[in-house]
Design a binder for this molecule. Structure first.
Ligand code: TYC
Length: 100
């Protein structure tokens, strides 16, 4: 018999999921010294002094800024490193992550 031609379309592309990306955000506060924030950006986000200063000033003026975009695992690790270090130095600096 003739094939009716009706059938399911089969997937040809392999169904792979790109790992989601997450922004690491730095939040402004009134107490953390500017030099400390620049130090954080240099040490944990591999920025040079110029880049770190620009990002720090952006956060200082706008309230929030992006330190970088990473896989969930790396982003979470960075947030924990920044928060642990700030707490050790008794600064109220806040760092968080958000889906990119
Ligand atoms: N606002 C702080 C000050 O005037 C500096 C600062 C910048 C704090 C960025 C936190 O994420 C921050 N000393």
């Amino acid at each position: 018999d003739r094939d009716s031609g009706v059938g399911l379309v089969t997937r040809t592309k392999p169904k792979t999921k790109k790992p989601s990306q997450y922004k690491v955000l730095l939040l402004n506060d009134d107490y953390t010294p500017m030099e400390f924030v620049v130090h954080i950006l240099r040490v944990f986000f591999q920025m040079n002094t110029d880049e770190a200063t620009q990002v720090m000033l952006h956060v200082h003026q706008k309230g929030v800024g992006v330190c970088g975009i990473f896989s969930y695992e790396v982003a979470e690790t960075k947030v924990n490193q920044v928060m642990d270090f700030a707490r050790q130095q008794q600064h109220p600096l806040q760092c968080t992550l958000e889906k990119a």
